[in-house]
Write a protein that binds this ligand. Sequence first.
Ligand SMILES: Cc1cc2nc3c(=O)[nH]c(=O)nc-3n(C[C@H](O)[C@H](O)[C@H](O)COP(=O)(O)O)c2cc1C
Length: 331
Amino acid sequence: MVDVQDWQEVVTAATRAPSIHNTQPWRFTASADRLEVHYDPDRSLPVLDPSHRQQVISCGAAVEFAAVALRAAGRQVAVDVGPDPGDPDHLATLRVLGDRPADADDASLAAAIGDRHTTRDPFLPQEVPAGLFDRVQREAGEHGVWVSELSGADAELVTVVLLQRAEEAERGDPAYRAELEAWLRTDPQAVDGIPVGAVPADHPATRSTNWPGRDFLVGRRTPRPRAPVADDDPPPSVERPTVLLLGTMGDDRTAWVQAGRALGRVLLRLTAAGLSAAPMTQALDWPATRTRLQVELSLVGHPQMLLRLGWPSVAGSATGRRPVAEVLTTR
Ligand SMILES: Cc1cc2nc3c(=O)[nH]c(=O)nc-3n(C[C@H](O)[C@H](O)[C@H](O)COP(=O)(O)O)c2cc1C
């Protein structure tokens, strides 16, 4: 039996999950020993995500954060994911089976919930420990999700080209730009959306990287000339982030929730180890570039998430969340 105040704490942790454009497309219903997680269609992104795939992935990350919070509070939890024929927006149910002592790993993952932020700045040029990659691969595998590191010039080139192609198409699409603009926030107290302060202010073209981040400020930029480069200027150091691709065998809501759970777990595991990450999903927004990626990389299954990660060079900052009372119903 979990009381109302405890559910509020669990849902506070769940809502710290990442979500596409910080839309927080979730609702929760709690009873004595169950927490249902629902997709909220009122917060949809019809242009970028008409199938709701990325928003369901976001809800899956919230499921994982809730499970981590419950375990750290000494609860034994089972998670049921699967279609509810009576209610397709009911994505998952966490069932509390009883009590069990929390261990140090539960505590460290739970502490990572508050420390995790999407970090879009360049990472430090230091290697990511190989053992960590094995661990996230194994943990994502427990949710039926594969994780592969994009290595090798060919895989990198294909992915970068598709990201750039998608980014260009998006920049040129007025409907995409209007939707993005509607989720940009200048008020630092905003409870949803992307705060402009969470996005690097520099023009993406000035960044020494192959990996184009999503340009959240595209509608607000005025073109400006590049800074002049003198012949004897040293070449800029090029960003070489580690890039992970997460994928699933199926491509339905159940698979998307599982992809989100794996994403949530990977992000917490990275945060607990001192690393940061940022999704870069432009190439997965559009069926054409998403399918192209699948074919060109000979993927067994469907790509769900592209993530750049590394050691942070600056501390990230928290983005807003809606009050728990807005998203939690208790019975
Ligand atoms: C499915 C999904 C896709 C995302 N795609 C991008 C992306 O393409 N570029 C980006 O910078 N952030 C992306 N994000 C990160 C969100 O913008 C971020 O989670 C949200 O603004 C909340 O901020 P926080 O992660 O710092 O809490 C994505 C997140 C999710 C869950």
